[in-house]
Write a protein that binds this ligand. Structure first.
Ligand code: FE2
Length: 195
């Protein structure tokens, strides 16, 4: 399976991202470029068609589509069931480009309003909700507090992270009702080849 060629548009995305990373060492610059490349990827009909058969990631899972051996960026996918409510979290110090490939999703953005000096407490306020449609990409900055929610139908998103966090770095978790805060592992990584 590893020897099968990747879907052409997906391979092109990887090679374009690698070429930019080779010439640019700054993480923010890389992720801004990757956002632009990802817009083209999630706007592509052949990948959307391909994703119709991707397995659901219910139960705190991500599909692991690719991990770059040289530059460390990781390409994940989430496949949400209709109306899926994601939890409020951050991605620690990593940058994340979040692209909707199929269906629609809502991205809720929060702002922290307490002083941040109590280890298990975080008071957060909803800053805004944006609708993401197929072809749209949101660039999430380090420590930005957010939640992705599923739409009325199955939805698929392709996510590029500046580095792998799972197994290395814990991510912040927020409860808007109880104002509790804790840190935990990101989603389980399920290897999946886009071939
Ligand atoms: Fe997220």
């Amino acid at each position: 399976m590893a020897d099968q060629p990747r879907l052409a548009v997906f391979e092109k995305f990887i090679q374009s991202a690698r070429a930019f990373c080779a010439a640019n060492t700054d993480t923010e610059a890389r992720m801004k470029k990757i956002k632009t490349l990802l817009e083209a990827l999630v706007g592509d009909g052949s990948l959307r068609e391909h994703s119709k058969s991707w397995p659901c990631t219910e139960g705190h899972k991500n599909l692991l589509l690719y991990q770059d051996p040289d530059y460390g960026f990781v390409i994940n996918a989430v496949v949400r069931t209709p109306g899926r409510e994601g939890r409020v979290h951050d991605h620690a110090h990593a940058w994340t480009a979040y692209g909707v490939l199929d269906g629609m999703e809502r991205l809720e953005r929060y702002r922290r309003v307490d002083a941040g000096n109590r280890p298990d407490y975080a008071l957060i306020q909803l800053d805004g909700i944006s609708a993401g449609y197929a072809g749209q990409v949101d660039l999430v900055q380090p420590y930005a507090i957010h939640s992705e929610k599923g739409g009325p139908e199955r939805s698929v998103a392709v996510i590029v992270r500046s580095e792998r966090l799972v197994g290395k770095v814990l991510q912040g978790r927020y409860d808007a009702k109880s104002d509790k805060y804790h840190e935990s592992e990101g989603p389980m990584q399920v290897e999946f080849a886009v071939v």
